[in-house]
Design a protein around this ligand. Structure first.
Ligand code: AHG
Ligand code: MN
Ligand code: MN
Length: 331
């Protein structure tokens, strides 16, 4: 046999076999000042994601689909699984050193935790995004956003540009974990046979231009005129339309294939529907880190000064040049 590597047996379909955990540890090693606290928080999110993925798979069998009969602070009907996913995340995150503040779509107020550990962090999350897809077996997700908080300033909400890590989990045909901590966007897929997220792509880049738009077009008549003009222009130039009704699934498509995801102001929701702290900001940072653009239609999402945990903001996320075309229609 020759001395080449041809006799090395490939153990997975993709060569590297780097887990999420080893990826995070390697990133940490590049920052000598790191205390390891942030890595622990990301590992807590990975465990939560695996737990939620397992619960979702058995949801119909365990009869945990449907509404629970209560509303969250935003007046939305909570699904049983919204509450289950929220409980998983709260339990796992509260037990980690360094988590000082938790902010969830499903809790009225910020939760303050007695934090131990070197540095203190706040974690904002949407435990289950797109939960109206649950009853029909559609894709749903989890979104998270992490900030470093100064001692005694845990109640201060910071703008998205201050995030130190952000990401989402897509529970679809596979369970996909996408994250950034400021040095590119990396993607991991859960291998259920070994219970680990395996890195499948590094430094993802949103194509500079796309030809798919993702928007709830039933609201078209009440979008500001610039959006209507942009969408008409898209239709005239051969765009296709895709809308899952779960931001995680729709933004994931934009990240991989390009195009634009929109939730504009509507008559019913003058600031759009999506929430700044745990939907817009983490997705905006991911898209920007991948070379795309993220705007409210008036300015950069990441520069919006937050006023309250559940505040809403219009959202435009997508390919750099496609977003630029929309911005000229809005100008
Ligand atoms: P959630 O399930 O966390 O409340 O989020 C639903 C959001 C988002 O995922 C999606 O893009 C949007 O709502 C869909 O809203 P419409 O049904 O108004 O299109
Ligand atoms: Mn959501
Ligand atoms: Mn949700």
């Amino acid at each position: 046999m020759s001395s080449s590597t041809s006799n090395v047996v490939a153990i997975t379909g993709h060569g590297s076999f780097i887990t999420l955990q080893s990826h995070v540890l390697a990133e940490e090693r590049r920052h000598p000042e790191a205390t390891g606290t942030l890595s622990w928080i990301i590992s807590a999110l990975a465990i939560s994601a695996k737990t939620i993925a397992a619960k979702l798979k058995r949801a119909r069998l365990e009869d945990v689909l449907g509404e629970i009969g209560s509303e969250n602070v935003q007046g939305e009907q909570q699904q049983k699984l919204d509450v289950i996913a929220n409980t998983v995340l709260l339990r796992v995150l509260q037990s980690r050193d360094g988590v000082a503040v938790l902010g969830s779509e499903e809790n009225d107020e910020l939760l303050h935790v007695d934090a131990e550990g070197g540095r203190h962090y706040s974690v904002m999350f949407d435990p289950l995004d797109g939960s109206s897809n649950l009853d029909v077996g559609g894709s749903v997700g989890t979104i998270f956003s992490i900030y470093r908080v100064a001692e005694g300033r845990g109640s201060t909400l910071l703008p998205g540009r201050e995030q130190v890590a952000a990401g989402y989990v897509l529970y679809g045909s596979s369970t996909i974990f996408v994250m950034t901590s400021g040095s590119g966007v990396h993607m991991f897929v859960l291998d259920p046979s070994i219970g680990a997220f395996i890195r499948v792509a590094e430094h993802l880049q949103v194509p500079a231009r796309g030809s798919t738009y993702s928007v709830n077009e039933a609201n078209l008549a009440s979008f500001p005129e610039g959006y209507q003009r942009f969408l008409a222009q898209c239709r005239d130039t051969g765009f296709s339309s895709r809308y899952a009704g779960a931001m995680v699934a729709d933004v994931h498509r934009v990240l991989i294939k390009g195009g634009v995801f929109l939730y504009p102001p509507t008559a019913k929701a003058p600031n759009g529907k999506l929430r700044l702290m745990y939907e817009a900001n983490p997705m905006a940072w991911l898209i920007e880190q991948a070379g795309g653009a993220a705007s409210t239609g008036r300015g950069r999402i990441l520069d919006v000064q937050p006023e309250e945990l559940h505040q809403r903001v219009p959202v435009i996320l997508g390919s750099r040049d496609t977003v630029a075309d929309l911005m000229s229609c809005l100008a």
